[in-house]
Design a protein around this ligand. Structure first.
Ligand SMILES: Cc1cc2nc3c(=O)[nH]c(=O)nc-3n(C[C@H](O)[C@H](O)[C@H](O)COP(=O)(O)O)c2cc1C
Length: 273
C-alpha cells in the first residue's frame, strides 16, 4: 500500500507512520497499491497524450522525490502546469477508483443475451480460476463447462430460485474434492468470486445458481455425471448481461450496508478512526 500526497505540482510518497499528520504534505491524497499507481499513470499518460495532441502541449516524464526508485509520476512543463495539477489530482483521486471500478460492483446477472460466449473467454476465465489461492494450495476444484441446453435446463429446474439459469449461454459447475469442509467452502467462495469478477472485467456477467442443499446437489451431480464422492453445490453462469434486474418475484434487494455499519477501528465496536 502506498500513500501519496500532493505537494505543489508533484506527488510525494508518505510513509504510513507519518500519515497522521503527514509532515511533508498538508493532506494525504490517496492510499493506493503500487500496481494501481502504475495503471493510473498509464491512463494519465494516455489522457495526457490525447490532450497534448489537441493542445500541442509538451508532456514531461519526471521522477518525483520519493525514496522508491520504481515509482514515477508524470509532470507537465510550466506552460501546462495548471492542467497538470488538475490532471494529476484527477488521476490520483480517481485511479484507485478506476482500477477497482469493474470489481467494486460485480452484480449477480440473471438475464443474458443470446450472444454466444466464445471458448477463448471461457478458457481465460478458467485460467484465472486455476490461479486462485486455496488452503494449503490444495486446489481442490474441478470445473465442468456446461453448454448443452438440455443439461442446463435440467439444472435450472432443480428449484425455482435458479430457473433463470436455463437461458444462460454457458455455465461452469464448480466441483470440489472432499477437502476439509470449512476450507473447501472458503476456497469455493474465492474461486467463484474470481469467475464473477473476471467475467465482468471481460464485459460479460456472471451469476451464482446454487443447487440448494444436499438433495438438489445429488441430483445436479447425477445430471452432470459428477461422482457422488465429490462436492458440487452450484454453477456459475456466464453471458452478456441483458438486464441487471432480478426476474424473480421475491429476490433480495440490491445495495449494501454502509461502511459505517461494518467497520470498527482497533477494537470491535469502536467506530472512531
Ligand atoms: C452462496 C450463494 C448462493 C446464492 N444462490 C443464489 C441462487 O440460488 N439464486 C440466485 O438467483 N442468486 C443466488 N445468489 C446470488 C445472490 O443472491 C447475490 O449475490 C446477492 O443477491 C447480491 O447480488 P448483487 O451483487 O447483484 O447485489 C447466491 C449467492 C451466494 C453467495
Amino acid at each position: 500500500m502506498l500513500a501519496l500526497a500532493r505537494r505543489v505540482d508533484r506527488f510525494i510518497r508518505v510513509l504510513n507512520e507519518t500519515l497522521c499528520p503527514a509532515d511533508r504534505a498538508r493532506h494525504v491524497e490517496a492510499l493506493v497499491e503500487v500496481a494501481e499507481v502504475l495503471r493510473g499513470l498509464e491512463s494519465f499518460f494516455e489522457c495526457g497524450l490525447r490532450e497534448t495532441q489537441g493542445r500541442s502541449e509538451p508532456l514531461e516524464l519526471a521522477r518525483i522525490d520519493i525514496p522508491h526508485p520504481r515509482i514515477i509520476a508524470l509532470r507537465r512543463t510550466a506552460a501546462a502546469q495548471h492542467h497538470a495539477h488538475r490532471g494529476i489530482a484527477r488521476t490520483v483521486s480517481s485511479f484507485s477508483l478506476d482500477a477497482l471500478r469493474s470489481i467494486r460492483r460485480v452484480s449477480q446477472i440473471r438475464q443474458f443475451t443470446d450472444e454466444p460466449v466464445p471458448d477463448t473467454v471461457i478458457d481465460t476465465l478458467l485460467e484465472l480460476a486455476r490461479w486462485t489461492g486455496s488452503a494449503k494450495n490444495s486446489q481442490p476444484w474441478h470445473f465442468v463447462v456446461v453448454r448443452d441446453r438440455e443439461t442446463l435446463r435440467r439444472i435450472a429446474t432443480l428449484r425455482p430460485s435458479i430457473n433463470w439459469a436455463a437461458a444462460a449461454p454457458v455455465a461452469i459447475a464448480i466441483v470440489l474434492d472432499r477437502a476439509e469442509p470449512m476450507f473447501g467452502a472458503y476456497d469455493e467462495g474465492r474461486v467463484t468470486e474470481r469467475l464473477l469478477t473476471g467475467a465482468t472485467m471481460l464485459g460479460y456477467g456472471g451469476g451464482v445458481a446454487w443447487f440448494g442443499g444436499p438433495e438438489h446437489d445429488s441430483e445436479a451431480k447425477r445430471i452432470l455425471g459428477i461422482p457422488g464422492s465429490l462436492t458440487a453445490r452450484q454453477v456459475v453462469t456466464i453471458g452478456r448481461p441483458k438486464s441487471r434486474n432480478d426476474p424473480r418475484p421475491t429476490g433480495p434487494s440490491r445495495g449494501r450496508k454502509p461502511l459505517g455499519d461494518l467497520v470498527s477501528y482497533d477494537r470491535f465496536g469502536n467506530t472512531k478512526r
